[in-house]
Design a protein around this ligand. Structure first.
Ligand code: DGL
Length: 270
C-alpha cells in the first residue's frame, strides 16, 4: 500500500479527462492535477519548448511527493516521455502506448487513424509505437490544431456549426481512407466525442487516450503493490492562470463540479 498522491498534468484542462477516469477506477487515490493554462496550447510549439514546460510541470508536481506522475497530454507524452522518465526516480506514464494497445485490439480492418496536435503528429510517436506493438496496422495520423482552442472555449457540442465544420474538414480524409478505429490522440478530444463520432459515421471505434492512460497507471500501481488504502481519495487542482477560468470549464471535463478546489500558482516559484 502507498498513500502518496498521484500527480497528473496537462497543458490545460484536457488532462481532466484522465482524472475523471482515475477517480472512477481508483476512488481511493489522492490526485494532484496541474493544468498549465497560462501556456496552453503546447501542441504548436517546438520539442525544446515542450520539454522545458514539461520539466517545470513535473518539478511542481514533485513538491507533493507523488508515487507516480501521469502525463495526461498527448503532446508531452509524444515528445518527452522517455526524457522525463530518464530524469525521474518515480514512475512516469504517458498516453501513447496504452492507447496503441487499445486501438490494436479494437481494429478489425487494421486501418487506424490518429487525430492529434501538430507536435504529436510530427513527433511520429504513435506511428513508432504501432510499428513496435502492431506492425500489421496501417496508421494514418492527421493534425487537428483548432480542436484544442475550440474545446477550451467550450465550443464542443453537436449542433455548434463552428466545431462541426472544423471536424468535417479535419476528419473527412480519415473517413475517406476507411479507418475503423480512431485514436483521439489529445486529451482534449474526448470532449468532442459526439461531434467526432457523427463525423466519422457508424462503426468507427474511438479510443480515449486519457481513459487508457488512467488504466495503465492503475496497472502500474497494482503491479508495484502501490495502490492506496483509504475510504475515499481527494483531488487538488492547480493552474498557472486564473482559477475562475479553470473552474468554469472543469466540470465539463470532469463530469463533476470542481469548484472551490482550484488554486492558481506561480510556476517560477518552483
Ligand atoms: N491535452 C493536450 C494534448 O493531449 C493539448 C495539447 C495542447 O496543449 O496543444 O496534446
Amino acid at each position: 500500500m502507498d498513500q502518496r498522491p498521484i500527480g497528473v498534468f496537462d497543458s490545460g484542462l484536457g488532462g481532466l479527462t484522465a482524472v475523471r477516469q482515475l477517480r472512477r477506477i481508483m476512488p481511493s487515490e489522492n490526485i494532484i492535477y496541474f493544468g498549465d493554462t497560462s501556456r496552453v496550447p503546447y501542441g504548436n510549439r517546438s520539442r525544446d519548448t515542450i520539454l522545458k514546460y514539461a520539466r517545470e510541470d513535473t518539478r511542481f508536481l514533485r513538491t507533493f511527493g507523488p508515487k507516480a506522475i501521469v502525463i495526461a497530454c498527448g503532446t508531452v507524452s509524444s515528445n518527452c516521455l522517455e526524457t522525463l522518465q530518464e530524469e525521474s526516480d518515480i514512475p512516469i506514464t504517458g498516453v501513447v502506448e496504452p492507447a496503441v494497445h487499445r486501438a490494436a485490439a479494437l481494429t478489425k480492418n487494421r486501418r487506424v487513424g490518429v487525430a492529434a496536435t501538430r507536435a504529436t503528429v510530427s513527433s511520429g510517436a504513435f506511428a513508432r509505437v504501432f510499428r513496435r506493438i502492431a506492425p500489421e496496422v496501417e496508421v494514418i495520423s492527421l493534425p487537428c490544431p483548432l480542436f484544442v482552442p475550440l474545446v477550451e472555449e467550450g465550443r464542443c457540442r453537436p449542433g455548434d456549426v463552428v466545431i462541426e465544420t472544423v471536424a468535417e474538414e479535419y476528419l473527412s480524409p480519415l473517413r475517406d481512407r476507411g479507418v475503423d478505429t480512431l485514436v483521439l490522440g489529445c486529451t482534449h478530444y474526448p470532449l468532442l466525442t459526439e461531434v467526432i463520432a457523427r463525423t466519422m459515421g457508424e462503426g468507427v471505434a474511438l479510443v480515449d487516450v486519457g481513459a487508457e492512460s488512467a488504466r495503465a497507471c492503475r496497472d502500474l500501481l497494482t503491479a508495484r503493490g502501490a495502490l492506496a488504502d483509504r475510504e475515499a481519495g481527494t483531488s487538488g487542482y492547480y493552474t498557472s492562470d486564473r482559477a475562475e477560468n479553470f473552474q468554469r470549464l472543469a466540470s465539463l471535463f470532469l463530469g463533476e463540479d470542481a469548484a472551490g478546489e482550484v488554486q492558481q500558482i506561480d510556476l517560477e516559484q518552483y
